[in-house]
Each structure stands twice: as C-alpha cells, then as structure tokens.
Write a protein that binds this ligand. Sequence first.
Ligand code: FEO
Length: 408
Amino acid sequence: MHISQHVKDNIYWVGASDRRLALFENMFPLPGGVAYNSYLIMDDKVALVDSVDSAILQVFLENIDHVLSGRSIDYLIVNHMEPDHCDSIDILCSRFPDMKIVGNAKTFQIIRQFYNFDIEGRCHEVKENDTLCLGAHTLKFIFAPMVHWPEVMMTYDMTSKVLFSADAFGTFGALHGNLFADELDFDGFFLDEARRYYTNIVGRYGQQVQQALAKVSGLDIDMICPLHGPVWRKNLPNFIEKYDKWSRYEPEKSGVVIAYASMYGNTENAAAVIAGRLSERGVNDLRMYDVSKTHPSYIIADAFKYSHLIFASPTYNNGLYFAMHSLLHDMAVLNLRGRKVALVGNGSWAPVAHKVMEEMIGRMKDMTLLAPPLVIHSSLKPCQMGEAIALADAVADSVLARIKEKNE
Ligand code: FEO
C-alpha cells in the first residue's frame, strides 16, 4: 500500500525508507536506516522531482500510482545522478513512455555512464536559472556543483516557494512516519546523523556548499525538500546555520574529541589520564573514541563539531597504526581545518607515530599544535605524568579560553 504524504499545494512526497541497508555507499553504517525522498508535483503537467534507490522501488511505484490516479508523468527532474536516487529511472521510462528527463549536460553524461537504457529523445537539457512552467507551478534550476557530485542542481518552485535541495539538508536515518522536521525531535533524534551525513558525504566540498548557500540565500523559501530525511517547513534558519558552520569548518562548540588507537591498552591509558586531567580542569562534554572500535564517520562528525582534537596512537611497522592513519587521512580528504590539536605517540623501540601524525596534521589547513607531542615508550610511567598533565593543561587552557571568548 502507498505511504505517500501531502507536502504543500499540489506537491506530494512519494519516497520511502530502507531500514535493512547496513552501509550507505557500502561504507557508512546506517543503524537507523535511511530515507529516499522523491516528490510529485501535480499540475497541468506532472513533474516527479528525483527518484529513489531500487531497494524501495515497490512502495515508490505504489506511492506514484496512488498520487497520479491514472495520470502520467511528463517530467522527471534529476537533481542528482547518484544511483541512490536514480536506480529506478529505467523503470519510470518504460512506465511513462512520453516522460522527459530534465537535467543538465553533466546529468545526461552520467546517466549514460551508469546505465545502458536509451534516453535519446527524452532529454530536456537545462542551464543555470532556466525555468520550466508546469501550469501553476514554475520551476527554476539552480546549479550546485559538487554538493555532492558535479551535476547536482537544486530545483526551486517559484510558485510554492519550495526548494528541492538534492543531497543538501539531508540526513541519515529512516523516517518514522513523520515527514516534517517540526513533527519530530530533530535535535534529539536526527541532528547527530545529519552532521555525520553532511561531514562524511559532502564535507570535502565546503567551498561549493558555501557557493550554493549564497545562491539560495536570495530566494524566498518556505520549505526545503531534501533527498534524505525530514522535510523542513519551520525553523529553516536554524538548520541552514548548521550547514553554514559545517561548510566553513567552524566548530559548533568548544570541546575536546580524544581519538586513540591502542593494541594492549597502554596508549588508551595515556589518553584516559589526559581526559581525566581535562575533566579536573573543568572541560566538559569530552568525547573519547577507540579508532579500532568506532567507525571513523562518527569521529569525523564530532571532529567537525568540536574545537579541539587529541590523537594518541602506537607506532606500527615503522609508521602509524593503520586505523589512526586511515582516520587522519579521511580528515585531510574532507578538508577539516582550523582545529587545535595535541598528540600522543607510543613506540616500544623506535617510536615514530607522533612524527607521522604531526606531518599529517601539518598538511591540513590552519591546524595548531598546542604542545609538543607526548612520546611514551610502551606505557605511561610515573616519571612522565608531568608531561601528560602539561599536555592536558595546554589543551584545557585553550578550550577554556575559547569558551570565554565565545561566551558559551
Ligand atoms: Fe543521496 Fe549523493 O546521493
């Protein structure tokens, strides 16, 4: 049975959620599932704004059939050509032989790269700021390249003041029946997953997100309809402000994320000693992660959220412990910048972890090392407690100063 919902005017949500998929893009854990959104605009001409992943095809088709009530689709607007939104295009083409596909030159190039079905004669190519009149609704196409892929565009319904924002403003997490963000406890339930989604999927492209935000800032927007997660019709500025911060790589909060790697618990112990001292100094809301245990996407999300980062790792094969190397590589690729950092390296006979971490952090933009790395040999000994405390104090001083400066 259909689960479609009315959105606004003659616009309907015809998406669904997948709670079975373990890994988004076969990489990011989805403990709460994921929603794939698609929207039907019922006007003189009928437009479907984006489609869905094949995992939810059945209910998607039932939703469409219910809303169409026998009508046909005139336009399929492809704002984003990633297969989680496009795996059903060939089926839509067979069901609606006269349906035109609306996209830009890159959209059609990528459709042809992924799929073998014939789109000749169906392509309605648009350029930046082109419009498409459906009758009462007029749609305008706003290009947002690299938010998340190069072909991405947003569609603005000038009549209903609805922005179909593609991946932007999306989140991980299945919908639970409530479609609108104001119908659920977004901050308590979705915000962490929205941050994890943004930082890991789009995080690299902060500059392009800023350009897209600048373009849409001039629009009169009543509602944001993303491709994943809830639809926004209230408190839009709050979520837009989060996107603005994330894409400028600005911390949301003063605080410390401690990411450690540890084979036998000794590096973990050094990290715990530092954490204990930070707490003693009045640093609250500490976040401590074992990089071998916690998926990096969660640590990345918190690294975007907080202002200070401590990394502690053993040396391994004359280099850096693999899981820590991978995390720092990921952070560099995602362009994380502007954090205050402290390092702890361990090595039983030839410690180099601290040097490799320092080099990797040094290649990221605007990172500040708050103290010389603490280097331990197999385990933290009483004679080095002073050094550990000094490192923790350097971090605590910096965090507390930031809290004061920001009036947090
Ligand atoms: Fe939801 Fe970039 O695809």
